[in-house]
Design a protein around this ligand. Sequence first.
Ligand SMILES: [Fe+2]
Ligand SMILES: [Fe+2]
Length: 339
Amino acid sequence: MKIYISDILDKPQFNDLLVLVQQVEKLKTKTNLDYIKLTLSDKSGVLEGKIWDKAIGLCDKAEVGDIVKITGKVDSTYASKPQLIISSLSNTKSDAGIFSEISIDRSDFYKESKIPLEERKARTFKFIDMIKNDQLRDMLNDIFKDEKYKTYFTFPAAVSMHHAYVGGLSQHVLEMLDLGVYLSNKFDYVNLDIVLAGILMHDFAKIWEFEEVQQGVFKYSVLGNLHGHIFMGANFVKENAPKYGIDDETLIRLIHVVLSHHGKKEWGSPVAPKTLEARIVHRVDVMSEELRSIDDAIESRSQDIEKIQILEEYYYFGFVNNDSLELEKHQTEEEILEN
Ligand SMILES: [Fe+2]
Ligand SMILES: [Fe+2]
């Protein structure tokens, strides 16, 4: 039976765990000893593994995108998250003999959005349909239907931090659209078209900011490092708009939302939000990032307190007990029936 990362977290050690190598860093300790830090994944989660000095010689070389078989210990002494201390590693690439009998399905080795692809697509187009401005709606329909940009539905929203899984980008945008529509309805002077189009375009350029090195493994591209998704996204909107005859005011307001969505210059936005719509988009962006990160951490939790990277804070999950929540629900239902 195949074991997954989630199966071993509460055990002291593990044998023959198959994982995908997401990142490799060669580092040195303060005392000048070599060690290797690996980011490893399967569909149940992501974890850090370390190969210390002496064990390096006992391990095959691992590169980003390789599927490796590892044995070692689980170190739970850090409150942030357990780590794997790897004592041996064999690379499925370098020793085909041992691994020829194991059939490897790469989709077992990375996380994917829980919302199926077709549902994410259908929901995205429903929101586009809500846009009243004909030119704006036509542009967005064309962009999201264009085969050239189809990675929008399979890319993550980030390489780590939040929604860092296949389909995470479109899931993040759907969460924002739900929140954005809800909030816009609470206030009198919101232009919903700008909120919807702004959310749909705010992170669109992540399809160029990242590249898929191998199935399920993403990294920053050269354009991502040198231009970034905010400039590329604003520029993309500006280049496309004239073909549809979008009026100047709408274009200025939409580009402002894309440029300001990170909220502050020190967070990467060249301008701060200066319209009601831009403020809403910035707020729902942060909400989706933060709340999904906590929610995902609850699901993959292995201890009561874990550090949420994006919030730079430890969160307590000790109150979360799926069994007792179920029980309470049943008891209440029974009580209702009895009465
Ligand atoms: Fe962004
Ligand atoms: Fe975002």
